[in-house]
Design a protein around this ligand. Structure first.
Ligand SMILES: Nc1ncnc2c1ncn2[C@@H]1O[C@H](COP(=O)(O)OP(=O)(O)OP(=O)(O)O)[C@@H](O)[C@H]1O
Ligand SMILES: [Mg+2]
Length: 508
């Protein structure tokens, strides 16, 4: 079977297409009424508990050690968790366990093996973050047909299910932990990405924290002392805040008044919708700034947008829509909501099916093509030979159609020691330059100054970057891609063993 996987910060989902080419969700293997997997884990020896079962365990024992929000750390190379056996878990190995569970659910559901999958990623994910997702899939031997960006998947599902012909679809995707904006042109069944943007540090998590702050202050005021925090109280506050947020987002609800228990303390909490909206307004402002930047970097105006598709659980907060309508009035009557929490995985299942090549090209339920663009400027930090200053030499600019491959030759300086250090960076704006990796080329055949090194930089369809260096005089390949520096050669193999050994225990 062919599946789509939405690896979410807070919820992960799997979907496949039924015989009528309509996407359906893959249920949890132990309860067919559960159609999503909370992205939360508890690892205990060789047992890994993933999803709903962990939520149940937390109800019984709020002190349970759990891992959540791993998606925010993908690409970081930092230890996320140390289990009881002293094994070290990285964000991508934790992600691998979630993929493993969804694959298992799919195989139980269909009594069939997964032959191909598409995994969704935020549009603004960096190269390192994308590679982490591919590593996670490799750890469980998941055959990946491709990655697709979450807003692109949602737009695909929207455009195809509405049988739209030609239109510009702007996607505003605010999930549990990330914000993405993407603008696409759909023409017949071809999707052309025109521009994309986003924030890695903004989602429903920040809305929950805004509520948690208000609750915390009311506790302090009522008790007349600060609350000493424990794992249990933090968990109680998190659950309470999310519930309050969702209630305050329901139609007609202007305030909530309810008891909140933190440890042994219990108070009546009162929060109005207005108070919540004030607390999140700077967050929502940030998303709108990015939305405008996305439109302008596609060289479009607000009036050129035909549909503004709201996606992600956090776009259900009424203030989001109100604020868009108030500050971008030209978009007000173009706002559409359609399966905000399922659109991404539905689109992933559709795209997976398209990539599998199992359908006739004329099938009108299927996209005919997806053309992506680069998400950021890719540059080499180089020394300008004329001015002697360090410059960012852009090799591949933002918003160029992908895949693409560019060649460029650099020359060693006057004090060359037979080597060259090539630092590749990525950025959207000059004040946000991130190093992607360093390629150390050398020893070169000669120490002479101005020795040429040719590099080729490739941006693949999955937006993964491959950098190679050649000696143009000898044609010899000097260095292949850069990658997990400092992680050690055995990193992937060791993590793979750990992930494969873990028994996914998800009896609900
Ligand atoms: N009715 C609602 N009103 C407000 N917020 C909601 C509602 N339902 C869900 N949410 C919030 O939406 C978020 C989850 O949305 P979603 O499943 O789209 O995110 P995700 O895919 O896990 O995250 P991401 O896409 O950022 O990786 C959570 O923060 C949740 O609290
Ligand atoms: Mg999501």
């Amino acid at each position: 079977m062919i599946i789509g996987i939405d690896l979410g910060t807070t919820y992960s989902l799997g979907a496949t297409l039924n015989l009528d080419h309509q996407p359906v969700l893959l249920p949890d293997n132990s309860d067919k009424n559960v159609l999503y997997t909370p992205s939360i884990l508890h690892i205990n020896g060789n047992n890994a508990f993933v999803g709903q079962s962990v939520m149940h365990m937390l109800e019984q024992n709020p002190d349970l050690g759990v891992i959540r929000f791993f998606k925010r750390y993908l690409g970081d190379n930092k230890t996320l968790h140390m289990d009881g056996q002293g094994d070290v878990w990285y964000p991508e190995s934790v992600a691998a366990l979630v993929l493993k569970k969804i694959k298992y659910d799919a195989e139980i559901y269909a009594s069939n093996t997964v032959e191909g999958a598409v995994i969704t990623i935020p549009a603004h994910f960096s190269d390192a973050q994308r590679k982490s997702v591919l590593h996670a899939a490799a750890m469980i031997d998941l055959p990946v047909l491709g990655l697709v960006e979450e807003p692109v998947a949602a737009a695909m599902h929207y455009g195809l299910s509405n049988k739209a012909t030609e239109q510009n679809i702007l996607v505003y995707d605010l999930g549990g932990g990330t914000f993405d904006a993407t603008i696409l042109n759909m023409s017949d069944r071809t999707f052309n990405v025109l521009s994309k943007d986003g924030l890695t540090d903004l989602g429903g998590k920040e809305f929950d924290e805004a509520i948690a702050n208000i609750v915390y202050q009311q506790f302090e005021k009522s008790l007349g002392r600060p609350i000493e925090f424990s794992g249990r109280k933090a968990q109680q506050l998190r659950v309470f805040s999310e519930e309050v947020k969702i209630e305050l987002s329901s139609p007609g609800v202007q305030y909530i008044s309810r008891m909140c228990l933190l440890g042994d303390d219990n108070i009546e909490v009162f929060i109005s919708r207005k108070e919540f909206e004030r607390a999140i307004s700077t967050h929502v402002d940030r998303t709108l700034k990015i939305l405008r930047r996305c439109i302008s970097s596609a060289n479009l105006r607000e009036e050129d947008v035909d549909v503004l598709l709201l996606v992600g659980g956090s776009s259900m907060v009424p203030f989001v829509q109100q604020h868009i309508k108030a500050t971008m009035p030209k978009l007000a009557d173009k706002i559409r909501f359609q399966d905000p929490m399922k659109a991404v995985v539905y689109g992933a299942a559709i795209y997976a099916r398209m990539l599998s090549g199992k359908d006739q090209p004329g099938n009108t339920d299927m996209p005919s093509e997806l053309k992506g663009v680069t998400g950021y400027n890719l540059a080499v930090r180089a020394i300008d030979s004329e001015s002697g200053r360090t410059i960012l030499d852009i090799i591949i600019p933002k918003n160029r159609p992908i895949p693409l491959k560019v060649k460029k030759t650099y020359y060693t300086g006057p004090n060359n020691e037979g080597k060259m250090r090539i630092e590749l960076v990525q950025f959207i704006e000059d004040n946000d330059v991130k190093t992607m990796g360093i390629l150390n080329v050398g020893p070169l055949p000669s120490n002479e100054a101005n020795y040429p090194i040719e590099i080729t930089l490739e941006y693949t369809e999955d937006s993964v970057v491959v950098l190679q260096a050649y000696d143009p005089r000898t044609g010899r390949e000097l260095e292949k891609t850069f990658g997990k520096e400092g992680m050690g050669a055995n990193y992937l193999a060791t993590q793979k063993k750990l992930v494969q050994k873990a028994f996914i225990n998800n009896v609900i």
